[in-house]
Write a protein that binds this ligand. Sequence first.
Ligand code: SAH
Length: 374
Amino acid sequence: MSNKRQHQPGDGDATEPATDAEVTRPRSLYDATGAQLAAVLAGEPAYRVKQLWAGLYEQCKALDDITTLSAPLRAKLNEELPTSLLLVRESASDKGDTIKFLWRLADGDHPIETVLMHYADRVTVCVSTQAGCAMACGFCATGQAGFSRQLTVGEIVEQVVRASRHAKQRKQRVANVVFMGMGEPLANEPAVWSAIERFHGDMGISARHLTVSTVGIVPGIRTLANRPLPVNLAVSLHAARNELRDDLVPINKRYPLEELMTACRDYLRVKNRRISFEWAMIAGVNDSARDASELAKLALSLKPTAHVNLIPLNPTPGFATRGTDAAGVRRFADRLTDRGVNATIRRNRGTDIDAACGQLAAGQPVVLTGRRSV
Ligand code: SAH
């Protein structure tokens, strides 16, 4: 997408050359580009597409509530371009400030989850990018459940649109999207990128409020670096030496720390946006003075220094080791701060409804073969 020309409906998909099949048959309402919606509305004046696009993405309305379109037109759109997500359950915690949506994808029973978080100063949506995940990090419930399939652009976008609609009922607007739900965003980069363009260009969410979190897929980081918007990059580090990281984050065997740090440095050079490191605190595994010192060294090797997000480990069915206790997390944070590294401790949201970091499994059974400790 060029920054020079005016944004047009459907630009979200413009970087991917559409095949003939896509032009004639998008998978769902939110997968459709402006041109594809225009094809369904053929014979109508051109401003109808604009009205529809604004209704869908600026106002986040359900199709039936976009009354600038006639009832027969809405019926036609409903028929030809169904939505993708069927709501199975909505659960709330933190006095209603955290809401988890469990959806079923229209093509089968692949369950996925989305989390909407209301804070005093902002509203954030945590979005899934895959049904399940193939990265197999032992301490993460999604990794324990395994991979089902990639999500389409429309399935990613619809999660944010529907969560935004929910937030609007409280007169609040979603201003942040974090790609930290189920799945590995950079293993589904083209769809994730098209969704980013939709959030940025059509829903008015600024690039600095969009965060892609990755286990460290080096080619994906490089692809993202070549995309035009300066979105935030968060790297799920969890260990700062290869021997331990190989164990906690198995993809490290393919993309070891040296390569990962080089990709981070390159991303920084191009985007000039501070990178953050995520670190789930696992008792006796990655919370020692040595770990803090190794982590500080990696954080300080980036300019500007990486910001560290410490996440108290949330319980998951397939991982027996406990999280570091609160005092231990504090001590670890202080060790980082003493070395000049900014560290924050992530407030846990929605643990009672399994909506917190690493707990999203959408009710799927997890692999319990030999409860792993590390
Ligand atoms: N696959 C991407 C996106 C998921 S983000 C990634 O890993 O970055 C979810 C974040 O929660 C990641 O940092 C992940 O490592 C972390 N996480 C996973 N399991 C966790 C758990 N049990 N407790 C706390 N954090 C966890």
